[in-house]
Design a binder for this molecule. Structure first.
Ligand code: SF4
Length: 580
């Protein structure tokens, strides 16, 4: 494996070429090994001791949908292991530059960015990019100032949310993809690191081109013929809004209901019919699920004087800044997405905090003096737009607190009964039943993508199950995802990359792994992450689950706290992660 090791404190750059790392396959298994060896669990996530590791996978740039990069870091939002994934061109640009991973450590004395052009790696001044009002402007400037060769280029950068140390700042990748959750943008900014530019021009060969072409064709054909993939291409993940709403599982007005009466004006179908501009894809992806809408907003006071911008949308964003805030039309949802995206927020976190703040304001926990005159009410787009700007500016103590994450908000202002949070962050928008909640709790990064609990709920409709069965199924799925995330394929294609196709595709490019070796690696990666998390002092608790969650009628009925407690106790016995 070839790794770039960059120390921002002393500006030393090492290139590591270590065959022993080949046993880690790539992606999350490699990142876990590099991260846990280089970052101590008890460090301050915003200190120079924090380490960021990026890794692409063995199939990157070789197979369709092997398009993602994994990032690992200590999260400033919840103090646990930060693990995040993004598509775009980053993984393939790094592959064509000749590398499998990057380690970034230390912290610079002034804003910088890292430019990787094959083996020419430099640290450059980024003072003029700091605090720019738009993350897209940062991208445009970097595209202009960096040498433009024939290679694949990727531009990764923070927005103002990161520059102002909002704890849930994201990292933007090539405009429309993100390392969204757990505050990687905040960690970048704490290192005074504004951006990463990667360009690769190298080529690579496989030992047996005939076997490679056969394996490629097999995977490509399955992707092309799968109905699941059609859904992602036609409507994108926003295809899920209507069905999840129909089953009563779409969080609405801060999880006070599972059905949204304005769903017809905010659904994937509505957006596709009325506002969709184009669809794009990550590198090497034939699906193209990224849906971009156009948004016309008044520019000045005169009639017809409008500015048109392009806004990516998906299921999670429509839930977080749409139904969960009671926004009744797609244009307003896009306006909220646009300002949040332009400033580099993790939108699921921002939407969850705005939803909590709305209830806190309505119940008198937050005064109009705290809110500086802004009126928090569900459905009020103009006020939410104002409030987002005030959070970015950290305008007073209240808005500063909103930038610190949901746990700090509750500590300071109360409202735990309606603060919907799991593992220090607000969850994804699937109130499908107990597996979704348990999955978020025991998932190693508290994401719906750790183990797909929401999907398990749907498989369990009409069946009987126990807390232990749910936990066993979730762990089994999460362990298998260690392999998919080591290939760093897009999880939308997870059904196509079954065990035999995984082994065959790896073999075709000269990376031989047996079924037993893959299972061993998935188990070891899972355990290594748990051990590191345990060493941070992580424990499991149901005490922070909002009372509101138990008043929500999911498709499986009302959630039972004892059932969830039983599941968590069982998980604690299996993993030895303590309960509190
Ligand atoms: S399906 Fe979508 S997110 Fe996944 S690789 Fe393709 S374009 Fe990217």
């Amino acid at each position: 494996m070839k790794i770039i090791d960059i120390n921002l404190t002393n500006r030393k750059i090492k290139r590591i070429d270590d065959d022993k790392l080949d046993n880690y396959l790539g992606g999350v298994a490699l990142a876990t090994e590099l991260f846990t060896k280089n970052c101590k669990p008890n460090i301050d996530p915003l200190s120079k001791e924090n380490v960021v590791v990026f890794a692409n996978g063995p199939l990157t740039a070789a197979f369709p949908t092997a398009s993602k990069t994994v990032a690992m870091f200590k999260s400033p939002l919840n103090g646990e292991l930060g693990e995040s994934y993004a598509g775009g061109r980053m993984a393939s640009a790094l592959r064509f530059a000749g590398y499998d991973g990057i380690i970034i450590r230390g912290s610079a004395s002034h804003p910088v960015y890292i430019a990787i052009h094959d083996d020419n790696i430099t640290i450059k001044n980024a003072e003029l990019l700091w605090n720019l009002r738009s993350v897209f402007a940062v991208g445009r400037i970097l595209r202009d100032v960096e040498p433009q060769g024939p290679g694949r280029r990727s531009f990764v950068r923070t927005g103002r949310a990161g520059d102002r140390s909002i704890k849930y700042a994201n990292l933007n990748v090539d405009n429309y993809r993100h390392f969204g959750r757990l505050g990687l943008g905040t960690v970048f900014s704490s290192k005074k690191l504004k951006a990463l530019v990667i360009e690769g021009t190298k080529d690579f060969q496989f030992p047996n081109m005939k076997a490679y072409k056969k394996a490629y064709r097999d995977i490509y054909n399955h992707l092309r013929d799968s109905d699941d993939m059609d859904k992602y291409h036609i409507l994108g993940t926003a295809a899920g809004i209507k069905p999840i709403n129909a089953m009563g599982a779409l969080p609405t007005r801060n999880f006070s209901s599972g059905t949204f009466e304005h769903v017809d004006k905010t659904s994937g179908e509505y957006l596709a019919e009325n506002l969709l501009l184009r669809k794009i894809a990550c590198s090497q992806c034939p699906i193209g699920c990224i849906h971009i809408a156009y948004l016309r907003v008044p520019y000045k006071k005169e009639e017809y004087d409008v500015e048109t911008t392009f806004v990516p949308y998906d299921y999670e964003l429509i839930y977080a800044l749409g139904s969960n805030l009671g926004i009744d039309n797609a244009n307003d949802v896009l306006r909220l997405i646009e300002i949040s995206d332009r400033n580099g927020f993790d939108i699921i976190s921002l939407g969850g905090i705005l939803a909590w703040a709305t209830d806190a304001y309505q119940k008198g926990l937050v005064s109009i003096t705290d809110s500086m005159g802004a009126v928090f009410e569900f459905g009020n787009t103009i006020n939410y737009l104002t409030v987002i700007e005030l959070i970015i500016r950290r305008e007073n103590d209240f808005y500063h607190t909103l930038g610190e994450g949901i746990d700090v908000c509750v500590e300071k202002y109360g409202g735990e009964e309606f603060a919907v949070r799991i593992g220090g962050q607000t969850p994804a928008g699937y109130m499908t039943g107990p597996a979704s909640i348990i999955g978020h709790m025991i998932g190693q990064r508290h994401s719906h993508l750790c183990n797909g609990g929401y999907s398990l709920d749907q498989k369990l409709f009409g069946k009987s199950f126990t807390p232990e069965k749910i936990v066993d199924e979730l762990i089994k799925e999460e362990k298998w995802r260690q392999i998919l995330n080591s290939l760093v394929i897009c999880l939308f294609a997870k059904k196509v990359f079954n065990l035999s196709r995984t082994i065959e595709s790896l073999e075709s490019i000269g990376r031989k792994f047996t079924k037993e070796e893959l299972h061993k690696l998935s188990h070891e990666t899972y355990e290594k992450k748990n051990a590191w998390k345990k060493a941070t002092g992580q424990n499991l608790t149901t005490s922070k689950l909002a009372a509101r969650l138990f008043k929500f009628k999911t498709p499986h009925g009302f959630l039972d706290k004892d059932f969830i407690q039983q599941a968590i106790s069982y998980y604690s016995q299996l993993t030895e992660i303590p309960l509190s």
